[in-house]
Design a protein around this ligand. Structure first.
Ligand SMILES: Nc1ncnc2c1ncn2[C@@H]1O[C@H](COP(=O)(O)OP(=O)(O)OP(=O)(O)O)[C@@H](O)[C@H]1O
Length: 632
């Protein structure tokens, strides 16, 4: 491995009892410095433990991978996302503030909405009548009002707003606080919490009970935070109270130019201002870009003047711009470039053979990709869409029953999933929720003559789910039983619809098995509850090897790099997004463009179409993105 630069080394070897701020540009080796710092702390001390905090599970895995050769790291370093750390605190001590001992995390937006609507009904609000308007425009309008409430609840939790602050922020709506509190109680009454609550309650526990925080503070003397430009109030306050007065070694690394989660209430102020005021850290800057060629750095610097310094040994590289008539011609152009590069095979600037796995096509959002996907498929070029950490919704009836059934089994009070299940099974929902044997009862109530697909199979599925041991579920056996059942049904069936349903069911059962195996490999537990929560927190998303050229949104490519980057669909309205109007929103779009560009190690191709077909069929003229104009 290349040695650390002098500046990187200064950070890694800084005194162990000091807080440290590192402002570092794209490709300057942040992740590298962070992992080497963890290694250094472990080497220099005999017993000290370190916590490394990241935003995504992928980033945590990347760090664990880089430290995998260190035995000390295995026993004395805990690398985790901020949410996972908080979740484990809640699991241990949540009962002290009245949280259920078995946590159910409502990870789907529409489930949270259902709980919100129920809390309004309980309050005597006739919300169903309100939402049931025939005019479709008005209907959407009212739904979006409800969504605004949900967003407000998230903001209250992410920004730790008090009642008064919430009142100011949401324009003097006097009832907002009461409505919010009712939603919170409704969540707890359904046996669960939502994603934002994880940090909210974790913070509350650490703040209220010194004895709990001291357990962690005594154990972990060093805390290292990656991508700290993306912290929001809840995350920052959580870290702050986690460290308290006794942790004297808090390292925060970040790049203000790459702050792209403003919609999550993130702000680089936490790294750049509050951290300085609260922790008085030593300050370091890393500007040299070790990743990219001169050509890429020069374009990045046009978007963000003086953000990057060229390393003296940087290669020349290349940036190409292309204007196409429409998105189909653009897709053709990219496909041609890919073929040309593959035929070239070798080039001095690329280590090893030029192959599809060295390439990524990045766009502002995933709706830009269809034309390209079609072209790549026609030309037999393998590709895959890079997924975020959220799991896809199941689409077969079997997959849905498996998913909702598991949730209800673990949280019998979870009426949200319970009701969905009853609807699918065409049985009437119970009056009271909480019966431990609900699934078994429902399996007996299914009417085999009703028109649900494969009622006997679904009934058997509920029974087997009910049978699973919570602590030591025999998932392999469960999966193989249903795999056989589904395959034998498929061999008997001659109805196309049924065959399609069975095919999807088999594939979703397989996904379930893969998730389980991945979960088991992680060694974070073996119970069904731990499994479900790992799914909710995105800790077990796809491990399947991805083959071909990567298609990714900017946000999913954060922190990663490829030799060859295509940046497509660069029109005004797409990138920057048409919803970005204020200065701060546009500046965040610029950060996103900067992140996209700086993923490139060697060559960058930037393209835009002059016309695009809208989802409703119209063809619309496009303006090239202002960012393209700046970069050209
Ligand atoms: N001292 C060094 N010498 C040579 N290469 C280095 C050095 N430090 C880092 N690199 C390489 O530079 C690239 C960028 O490093 P890394 O991913 O750690 O940067 P980063 O600052 O986290 O990037 P970003 O914020 O843009 O995602 C990697 O390929 C890494 O191996």
């Amino acid at each position: 491995m290349m040695p650390l630069s002098n500046n990187q080394s200064l950070v890694v070897k800084a005194p162990l009892d000091k807080n440290i701020q590192v402002l570092a540009s794209a490709g300057s080796g942040k992740t590298r410095v962070l992992t080497e710092r963890v290694r250094f702390i472990l080497e220099q001390t005999k017993k000290d433990r370190v916590i490394g905090l990241t935003f995504t599970n992928k980033a945590a895995e990347e760090m664990i991978e880089r430290l995998s050769d260190s035995e000390e790291a295995a026993s004395r370093a805990w690398i985790s996302t901020i949410h996972s750390l908080s979740q484990s605190i809640i699991e241990q001590y949540g009962h002290t503030i009245g949280l259920p001992s078995e946590l159910n995390i409502y990870d789907r937006d529409k489930d949270r909405m259902e709980i919100f609507l129920q809390s309004l009904r309980d309050d005597g609000v006739n919300i169903d009548e309100y939402l049931d308007v025939p005019d479709s425009k008005e209907h959407r309008n009212r739904q979006s009002i409800m969504q605004k409430y949900m967003d407000a609840f998230s903001t209250i939790k992410r920004e730790f707003l008090t009642e008064d602050e919430a009142l100011v922020k949401f324009g003097g709506q006097e009832r907002i606080w009461k409505i919010y509190q009712d939603y919170q109680s409704a969540l707890l009454n359904s046996g669960g919490i939502d994603y934002d609550d994880i940090l909210f309650y974790g913070h509350q526990l650490l703040l209220k009970y010194d004895w709990i925080s001291n357990i962690y503070r005594t154990k972990y003397k060093h805390v290292c935070v990656d991508e700290a430009q993306d912290l929001n109030r809840a995350q920052y306050e959580f870290i702050k109270v986690f460290c308290g007065q006794s942790v004297k070694s808090l390292l925060m690394v970040g790049d203000p130019h790459q702050m792209i989660y403003g919609f999550n209430s993130s702000s680089s102020n936490f790294l750049c201002k509050e951290f300085i005021n609260d922790f008085e850290p030593l300050k370091f800057e890393l500007k040299e870009n070790y990743r990219s060629t001169k050509a890429v750095i020069s374009v990045a610097n046009k978007l963000k003047p003086n953000s990057q310094e060229e390393r003296s040994a940087a290669l020349v590289g290349g940036v190409t711009f292309n204007k196409s008539q429409d998105e189909f011609e653009e897709a053709q152009w990219i496909t041609n470039q890919i073929k040309f590069l593959l035929e070239m095979k070798n080039h001095d600037e690329i280590e090893g053979e030029i192959s599809l796995d060295r390439m990524v096509v990045i766009a502002r959002n995933r709706f830009v990709f269809p034309a390209l996907e079609e072209k790549l498929t026609n030309e037999n070029i393998k590709y895959f869409l890079k997924k975020g950490e959220r799991l896809a919704e199941p689409s077969s009836l079997f997959g849905k029953i498996l998913d909702y059934g598991l949730r209800v089994k673990l949280t019998p009070k979870d009426w949200v999933d319970g009701k969905k299940l009853c609807k699918l099974l065409k049985i009437s929902p119970p009056k009271d929720w909480g019966d431990e044997r609900q699934l078994y009862n429902w399996s007996m109530n299914i009417d085999y003559n009703s028109n649900i697909q494969f009622p006997e199979l679904q009934s058997a599925l509920l029974k087997e789910l009910d049978n699973l041991d919570n602590e030591e579920p025999k998932i392999r056996k469960f999966v193989s039983t249903f795999d056989q059942k589904l395959k034998s049904l498929a061999s008997l069936s001659d109805n196309d619809n049924d065959k399609l349903e069975l095919e999807m069911s088999i594939s979703e059962l397989n996904d379930f098995k893969e998730l389980w195996l991945r979960f088991k490999m992680k060694g974070v537990g073996g119970s069904l509850k731990a499994f479900r929560n790992a799914m909710a927190l995105g800790q077990v998303t796809e491990s399947r090897s991805n083959i071909g050229v990567t298609l990714s949104t900017v946000h999913t490519m954060k922190g990663l790099e490829k030799d060859i980057v295509f940046l497509m669909g660069m029109c005004e309205g797409v990138f920057p997004d048409y919803r970005a109007n204020s200065n701060s929103e546009i500046s965040e779009e610029r950060n996103s463009a900067f992140v996209a560009v700086t993923r490139a190690k060697r060559w960058l191709y930037i393209s835009y179409p002059e016309k695009r077909t809208m989802p409703w069929g119209d063809v619309k003229w496009q303006q090239p993105s202002r960012f393209v104009k700046e970069m050209q």
